[in-house]
Write a protein that binds this ligand. Structure first.
Ligand code: ADP
Ligand code: MG
Length: 699
C-alpha cells in the first residue's frame, strides 16, 4: 500500500504551516520574529498562540500538556497537566492560557543541581522555547522548555545551548560585517547527529541484571564470532530489523524528525540512524526524542534498543557523530568554501576560527565526550583516541601552509604562482577526503565531531563548540577592526598566517589509532586526557571559567555545579556497575559454577562405578579449574564489597571518581577475566543468563 509520507511527516507537530493557518496574521508575524531573531514575546501573543495550540492538540486527541525539559541527568523530564478546567456550573472545559504556555513551575528539588539550589528553595521554573516546535506524543502536548532556578541559574542543557547559539551569532555577525558581508543579521549553528545503537531480543535482555541495571554486559565470554568477518557494516537488513527501522522512521517522521539514513554498523546487532541536519537547538531536542522513540519502538517489536557506549566487550561500541556547521540568515553555509575569492576569504576566517577554538579548548571538547560509558571506547581503536585533533585533508592543509609560507596556492596543489596576484588563494572544495580515525574532521562543508558517546545529549559538545568558536571570532574581529576594505585581503592573510603558526599543532591528517600518534601528540603538547576523572578538572580551569563567563554561557557557580554533577554521575555509574557485578556473580554465576562442577563430579563418580577403567583426569582437572575460579571470585567479591564501601567514604567527588577509576574498575576487570574464563568452560544451558552468542546473533 502506498503511504502518503509528506502528509504523515510532521503530522504531530505544531509546525509553521499549522501556525500560519491557525494564528491571526499579526500574532503569527510576532511569533516568527521571536523564532527567527529571539525577540521578546508579549503575553497577548502567547495567549493567542496557546489557544491555537490547544485547539490543534485537542483536535488531534490530546488531553494533557507538559513542559518538556532537559535537566542535567542527560535525559528529558515531563510532568503532565490536563487541559480540563471546571466552570462555575460544574462543567468541564478544555482550557490553556498563555501563562501556562510560557511558564511552568515544576518542583526542582529532585533534579541534580550540583548544589546550586538548596532544597529549601526547591522551586525552579520552565520557560517556553518557541524556537523548538511543540508536538503531540501519547495524548499529550509537549512544549519544549528551558529549566532554570528562581535565581535564574540554568539547571538544564537547553539554556546554555541557546546562550551559546546567541554568542556565536553575535560574534559571527560582527566579523561578517567587518569583512563586508553586511546583509547577514543572524547566524545559526546547524547539526546533524548520527546515532548508533544495538538491537537485541527483549526476552534475553530481561534475563541479565547487567543489561537491565547498567545497559551493558559486565560479564560474558566472547562469542566464537565477533565482527572479524566485516560483513555486518552496510549488510542486508534482517527482516525483524527492517520492520523495526520501518516503524521507527514513521514514528520519527510524524514528530517532524527528518530521519534519513539507516544501515547496519560494524558490530553484529549494531545499527545507525542519521537525520537531515537542523538548527542546533531543534536537532538536540530531536536527538533526545529519537533516543526515546528508538527504545519505545523496540519494545513494541519484542526488542531492546541499547544506547550504551559499550554494551559488549570485544566488539565495537556505539558513538554519535555531531556534524556541525554555521549558516547565515541569508542562506550561506559559512563552512562551505564557496566559488568566489570573497567567499573563500570568509570561509578561511571561519575555518581558522574553528581550528583556533578546537586547539585552545580541546580539553573542553574532550569533556563534552566524557562519561563512564564512553571511557570504554575512546582510545580503544574503535573510536578516536582521547586526544582531540583536527583532520583537514590534504588540500586545505596545503592551502593553510601556502598562506603560512607566503606561497601562492593555485588550482593545483603545490603550484607556486608569482606573488602579487591575489594574496589569498582561490581553491575549490574537495569532498573526497575521508578519515575515520580523526575525532574532529572537516568533511567538505561541515565539521564532524566523532568522539561523542551514543547515549549522551548532543547539547554539551555544541555548547562548547559554539562558545569556543565565538571567542575565536571575537579575537579575530579585534584584529581586523578598522581595516580599510582594500586592505582587508592582506589583513586576513596576515591574521591567518599568525593563527596557522600558532594552532597548526592541532591539525593531524594521519591515522589516529596508532601508538606513534600518541607519542607525536605528546611532543606537540596536546592534551591526552584518558579518562573521565582525568579530564573533568579542566572544566573548572581558569581559562575555561573565563571563556564561559565572558560569553555569558555559564556563571562561575554554574560551572562548578556542573563539574560536581558530572563527577557524581560518574561515581554513581561505576558504583552501580560494581554492585550489579557483585550481585550477578554471587547470586547467578557462582551457584551455577558450583552446580556444574558438582554435576561433573557426580557423573564421573557414577561412570567410574559402572566402568572403573574410564579415565577421569580431564574431568578432574575441569572440576579443579572451576573450583579455583569459584574460590578466586568469592574472595575477590569480598574485596570488591570493601571497595564499594570505601568509595562512599571519600570526602570529595573528585577523590571518589579517581578511586572508582583506579580501584573499582580495575577490580571489576580482574573479576571479569576470571569469570569469563570459567564461563567458557560451562555449557550454555547450565549458565544462569544468555551468553554473547545468543545476545548478538539471535535477532
Ligand atoms: P557523510 O557522513 O557520509 O558525509 P552526509 O554528508 O550525508 O554523510 O552527512 C552526515 C550528516 O551530516 C547528516 O546527518 C547530514 O544531515 C549532516 N549534515 C550535512 N550538512 C550539514 C550541515 N551543513 N550542518 C550540519 N550537519 C550537516
Ligand atoms: Mg558521517
Amino acid at each position: 500500500m502506498k503511504k502518503d509520507i509528506p502528509a504523515l511527516y510532521g503530522s504531530l507537530v505544531f509546525n509553521d504551516k499549522i501556525m500560519r493557518n491557525k494564528l491571526p496574521k499579526d500574532v503569527y508575524k510576532a511569533l516568527r520574529k521571536t523564532i527567527e531573531n529571539g525577540t521578546h514575546l508579549e503575553l497577548e501573543v502567547a495567549n493567542s498562540v496557546a489557544v491555537a495550540m490547544k485547539e490543534w492538540a485537542v483536535e488531534n486527541g490530546a488531553t494533557h500538556f507538559t513542559h518538556w525539559f532537559q535537566p542535567m541527568t542527560g535525559f528529558t523530564a515531563e510532568k503532565h497537566d490536563s487541559f480540563i478546567s471546571t466552570t462555575s456550573n460544574g462543567e468541564v472545559i478544555m482550557d490553556f492560557s498563555g501563562k501556562e504556555l510560557v511558564k511552568g513551575e515544576p518542583d526542582a528539588s529532585s533534579f541534580p543541581s550540583g548544589g546550586l539550589r538548596a532544597t529549601f528553595e526547591a522551586r525552579g521554573y520552565t520557560a517556553w522555547d518557541p524556537t523548538s516546535p511543540a508536538f503531540i506524543k501519547d495524548g499529550t502536548l509537549y512544549i519544549p522548555t528551558a529549566f532554570c532556578s528562581y535565581g535564574g541559574e540554568a539547571l538544564d542543557k537547553k539554556t546554555p545551548l541557546l546562550r551559546s547559539m546567541e554568542a556565536l551569532s553575535s560574534e559571527a555577525v560582527k566579523i561578517l560585517h567587518i569583512l563586508g558581508n553586511t546583509a547577514v543579521t543572524h547566524v545559526s549553528t546547524t547539526i546533524g547527529p548520527e546515532q548508533e545503537y544495538f538491537l537485541i531480543d527483549k526476552e534475553l535482555y530481561r534475563q541479565r541484571r547487567d543489561l537491565v541495571f547498567c545497559g551493558r554486559t559486565l560479564l560474558g565470554a566472547p562469542a566464537p564470532r565477533g565482527q572479524e568477518m566485516e560483513d555486518h557494516y552496510f549488510g542486508a537488513l534482517k527482516p525483524r530489523v527492517a520492520a523495526y527501522m520501518h516503524d521507527l522512521d514513521e514514528e520519527l517522521w510524524k514528530l517532524g524528525i527528518p530521519a534519513k539514513t539507516k544501515h547496519n554498523e560494524v558490530a553484529p546487532s549494531q545499527h545507525e540512524l542519521a537525520p537531515i541536519f537542523d538548527t542546533a537547538n531543534v536537532a538536540v531536542d530531536h536527538n533526545q526524542l529519537t533516543m526515546e522513540i528508538m527504545k519505545k519502538v523496540a519494545d513494541n517489536h519484542g526488542l531492546t534498543c541499547l544506547l550504551h557506549e559499550k554494551p559488549f566487550e570485544g566488539i565495537n561500541g556505539s558513538g554519535k557523530h555531531n556534524n556541525w556547521s554555521i549558516s547565515t540568515n541569508t542562506g550561506e553555509n559559512l563552512l562551505d568554501p564557496g566559488s568566489t575569492p570573497a567567499q573563500n576569504i570568509q570561509f578561511l576566517v571561519f575555518l581558522m576560527a574553528v581550528i583556533k577554538a578546537v586547539d585552545e579548548y580541546a580539553d573542553l571538547m574532550r569533556i563534552s565526550a566524557s562519561s563512564a560509558g564512553n571511557d570504554h571506547r575512546l582510545g580503544g581503536n574503535e573510536a578516536p583516541p582521547a586526544i582531540v585533533s583536527i583532520f583537514l585533508g590534504d588540500e586545505l592543509t596545503a592551502v593553510l601552509k601556502s598562506i603560512e609560507e607566503d606561497t601562492y596556492f593555485g588550482e593545483h596543489q603545490n603550484v607556486q604562482l608569482e606573488t602579487g596576484a591575489h594574496v589569498l588563494p582561490h581553491f575549490v572544495k574537495d569532498n573526497t577526503d575521508r578519515n575515520r580515525t580523526s575525532p574532529f574532521a572537516f568533511t567538505g562543508n561541515k565539521f564532524e565531531f566523532r568522539m561523542l558517546g551514543s547515549s549522551a545529549s548532543v547539547a554539551t559538545p555544541n555548547i562548547i563548540l559554539n562558545t569556543a568558536v565565538a571567542e575565536a571570532l571575537s579575537q579575530f574581529a579585534k584584529e581586523l577592526e578598522g581595516t580599510a576594505p582594500e586592505e582587508m585581503e592582506h589583513a586576513v592573510h596576515e591574521l591567518i598566517k599568525r593563527a596557522v603558526k600558532k594552532h597548526k599543532k592541532v591539525i593531524f591528517n594521519g591515522n589516529g589509532y596508532t601508538e606513534e600518534w600518541i607519542e607525536e601528540a605528546k611532543k606537540r603538547g596536546l592534551y591526552n586526557l584518558v579518562s573521565t576523572p582525568d579530564c573533568l578538572p579542566q572544566f573548572i580551569a581558569d581559562k575555561n571559567v573565563e571563556l564561559f563567563t565572558k560569553h555569558h554561557i555559564f556563571t562561575k557557580e554554574e560551572i562548578f555545579s556542573r563539574y560536581e554533577i558530572l563527577l557524581e554521575n560518574y561515581v554513581k555509574t561505576i558504583s552501580i556497575e560494581a554492585k550489579t557485578m557483585k550481585e550477578m556473580l554471587a547470586k547467578d554465576f557462582l551457584p551455577a559454577v558450583e552446580r556444574y562442577a558438582a554435576a561433573v563430579s557426580d557423573n564421573m563418580r557414577s561412570m567410574k562405578a559402572l566402568a572403573p577403567s574410564v579415565p577421569t583426569a580431564s574431568a578432574a582437572s575441569l572440576v579443579a579449574f572451576l573450583g579455583e575460579a569459584y574460590e578466586k571470585i568469592s574472595s575477590s567479591l569480598d574485596v570488591l564489597e570493601k571497595e564499594i564501601q570505601e568509595t562512599d567514604k571519600k570526602t570529595s567527588m573528585q577523590e571518589a571518581a579517581d578511586y572508582c577509576h583506579n580501584t573499582l574498575l580495575a577490580s571489576m576487570e580482574e573479576l571479569r577475566k576470571t569469570a569469563d574464563e570459567a564461563e567458557a568452560k560451562i555449557p550454555d544451558e547450565e549458565l544462569p543468563y544468555p551468553t554473547y552468542d545468543a545476545l548478538l546473533f539471535s535477532v
